[in-house]
Design a protein around this ligand. Structure first.
Ligand SMILES: Nc1ncnc2c1ncn2[C@@H]1O[C@H](COP(=O)(O)OP(=O)(O)OP(=O)(O)O)[C@@H](O)[C@H]1O
Ligand SMILES: C[C@@](O)(CCO)CC(=O)[O-]
Ligand SMILES: [Mg+2]
Length: 387
């Protein structure tokens, strides 16, 4: 049996970090995907000698665990595919031990958390069935565009389909992307969240939710509201190429919050107001040039205010500040997106001046060694196909 699932990355227009502390945030899917293909081998062919394999095609790395070794380390697992149980600290320690024999290059040691998430999701959902998975991604990894969530969502989608826990239409043609129904998406999202917890430590759930359900969403305390964005939102993304790690940045903000509880509570409260206002502006219809410009001016101002508060939280970076200064020369507003500390920056591109400005600003940003790209905002979430 072979199944393939793809899940999008995301941008956060407002509210990152504060969302972990209960504030609202606004996020949208983008048209860059992580694809997870799974070739499940029949259990009876195993004969005890089968293996669970993961090929990370972009980095040319393959990891493999004999099923017998997994069984020995993890004990009997049922391979259930109902609602998930979280990965316990003991299980997490066992996953880490299972990575010891693998050759992870020192420069890619950050892959370890992703590999632990893979082992947890695979064995929890499919038990010790032998299988080969191949992962490819359009997304820069660890750069704020939700690569960890797209990895966990595509993986959960494929594993749960292989387990028969969620399903695409019987009549679906091989190779055609299909969408799941709402209940199936809910289940995939719950499992993906468990994977995100292994990678992030304390995720809010916004990244896996927007990757699963797609579109543009407002997210607060685990509750998701779909936003009907009436006009296309055009964003330039600049990848500073400065590596960072979401888990450490989220922990850093929590530490600052425990040192200065009152001040940080006010910061989180201000971010909540920004996200609430931004989400209502996004839904306003704007039919003529004046209305579009006025709407975009408001969005830009809110993004600028949010960036200032992200600086207060301590998650900006000199590379991000360089992008902000550069885009301001063209009267464009930018803010970091995702966890910050480097990674990607969003620049709002006004509809009326889109192409002329875009080329100039992107050329200048790239002259500093940054990488710019344009994305479609608010598209589809998880999709699956039979191969
Ligand atoms: N395609 C992939 N293959 C293997 N591991 C991946 C892949 N994509 C993400 N990961 C795992 O996720 C980690 C990066 O997640 P992290 O949350 O730090 O960044 P991000 O998700 O790109 O950004 P943000 O959370 O700010 O949106 C990697 O270190 C790796 O463990
Ligand atoms: C930094 C953060 O708010 C967004 C990362 O994309 C973390 C989270 O919400 O899980
Ligand atoms: Mg992440």
């Amino acid at each position: 049996m072979e199944v393939r699932a793809r899940a999008p990355g995301k941008i956060i227009l407002a509210g990152e970090h504060a969302v972990v502390h209960g504030s609202a945030a606004v996020a949208a899917a983008i048209d860059l995907y992580t694809t997870f293909s799974l070739h499940l081998l029949p259990a009876e062919d195993d004969g005890g000698a089968g293996a669970v394999e993961l090929n990370l095609r972009d980095s040319g790395l393959t990891f493999s665990w004999p099923c017998s070794r997994l069984r020995e380390a993890l004990g009997e697992v049922s391979g259930k595919a109902g609602p998930p149980t979280p990965c316990s600290p003991d299980e997490l320690a066992t996953m880490a031990k299972l990575l010891e024999g693998q050759e992870i290059p020192e420069a890619k040691i950050w892959l370890s958390t992703g590999l632990s998430a893979y082992l947890f999701l695979y064995t929890s959902i499919l038990g010790y069935r032998p299988g080969k998975a191949v992962v490819t991604s359009d997304l820069p990894i660890g750069a704020g565009l939700g690569s960890s969530a797209a990895f966990c969502v595509s993986m959960s989608g494929a594993l749960l389909t292989a387990a028969g826990a969620v399903g695409i239409g019987v009549g679906s043609a091989a190779g055609e992307w299909e969408l799941f129904g709402k209940d199936d998406l809910e289940l995939v999202n719950q499992w993906a969240f468990q994977g995100e917890k292994i990678i992030h430590g304390k995720p809010s759930g916004i990244d896996n939710s927007v990757s699963t359900f797609g579109s543009m969403i407002k997210f607060k305390k685990g509750e998701l509201t779909n936003l009907k964005s009436r006009n296309p939102v055009k964003m330039l993304i600049t990848d500073t190429r400065v590596g960072r790690n979401t888990k450490a940045l989220v922990a850093g903000v929590s530490e600052r919050a425990s040192r200065h509880p009152d001040a940080m509570a006010s910061v989180f409260h201000a971010v909540n107001s920004i996200s609430e206002e931004l989400s209502s502006i996004v839904e306003l219809p704007a039919e003529d040039e004046v209305a579009i410009t006025s709407k975009e001016d408001k969005l830009a101002e809110l993004m600028e205010m949010n960036q200032g508060l992200l600086q207060c939280m301590g998650v900006s970076h000199s590379s991000i500040e360089t992008v902000l200064r550069t885009t301001l020369k063209y009267s464009l507003v930018s803010k970091l997106t995702g966890a910050g500390g480097g990674g990607c920056v969003l620049t709002l591109i006004p509809t009326l001046s889109a192409n002329i400005i875009l080329e100039k600003v992107a050329a200048e940003l790239e002259s500093y060694g940054f990488r710019c790209f344009k994305v479609e905002v608010g598209g589809r979430g998880l999709q699956v196909c039979r191969i």
